[in-house]
Design a protein around this ligand. Structure first.
Ligand code: BT5
Length: 254
């Protein structure tokens, strides 16, 4: 670890181990917390198993992109969930994970469909959700990366920011705890909320809805237009078309 990492306080392992209803495993270093969490799911780990790394050396983004975070400068963690909701509602998981992160960060954070959290228009958090099936049981791994106290020199891309650069000071342990509690609350709402309730809660934090967007699809086509809203399955509505999160290469707000 670099001297900068040494100067950064470690996660409070005993506080995290004592979090009721969660089983939190803190690793010093791993390639990807999503990969470890998927292994735990295959080993039969219970829902709300959480794997967090002080240093993630090969963090993954969507579509083989990478997620880079210096040691102890942020949060890199993955949560195993198995919500008892209809398959259509599973499409909401990464959206409500983004909501939970935005709420934990504070009123200035917005969600950019499908899987980013922004501060001042810059990306402070990325989410990678993956399904893992073991026998007849399917779970979702919600992988969340949050930039906490990266300096401007440490930002991996110019479109990124960190909480510290936005003037927000919070301990990583407190932030992780807050995200987990809000995530549990938001996922419970997938069972109790109507489609209209879900859409309303998401739209209230959305930086995307009402903006002109440009969405790149895997076949190379680009859909441009006004993001009119999202539908009951969490799909983005652009020019009358409903776009699935899984079909998006890039979504730009213009
Ligand atoms: C994401 O992908 O934003 C999902 C990132 C998920 C990371 C978490 S960390 C814990 C868990 N374990 C993993 O292995 N992954 C998850 P995507 O939308 O494809 O965005 C990736 C792009 O974001 C990269 O190509 C860069 O342009 C940019 N990027 C990389 N690192 C970043 C950072 N720290 N902050 C902001 N942007 C970043």
């Amino acid at each position: 670890m670099s001297s900068a990492a040494d100067a950064r306080p470690p996660l409070d392992r005993s506080a995290l181990a004592g979090l009721p209803g969660f089983s939190v495993e803190v690793l010093d270093e791993t390639a990807s917390t999503n990969a470890v969490c998927a292994d735990r799911a295959r080993e039969g780990a219970p829902e709300w198993t959480v794997v967090v790394a002080e240093h993630q050396t090969a963090g993954r983004g969507r579509l083989d992109r990478s997620w880079e975070l210096p040691a102890r400068s942020g949060l890199a963690f993955s949560v195993l969930v198995r919500p008892h909701v209809s398959p259509a509602r599973w499409g909401w998981l990464s959206l409500v994970a983004g909501l939970a992160v935005a709420e934990a960060i504070g009123p200035d954070a917005t969600v950019k469909w499908p899987n980013d959290v922004l501060l001042g228009g810059r990306k402070v958090c990325g989410i990678l959700s993956e399904l893992v099936t073991t026998g007849s049981t399917t779970g979702a791994i919600l992988g969340i990366g949050i930039n906490v106290d990266l300096t401007s020199d440490e930002l991996p891309v110019p479109t990124a920011t960190s909480l510290a650069l936005a003037g927000i000071t919070i301990s990583r342990t407190v932030l992780l705890t807050s995200v987990l509690l809000r995530l549990r609350h938001r996922i419970a709402e997938l069972s109790t909320f109507s489609e209209a309730d879900l859409i309303r809660a998401y739209a209230a934090r959305s930086a995307t809805i009402g903006s002109a967007v440009s969405v790149s699809m895997p076949d190379g086509s680009v859909i441009e237009g006004l993001a009119e809203g999202i539908d009951g399955d969490g799909r983005l509505l652009v020019g009358g078309r409903a776009i699935n999160a899984g079909d998006v290469v890039h979504a730009r707000l213009t």
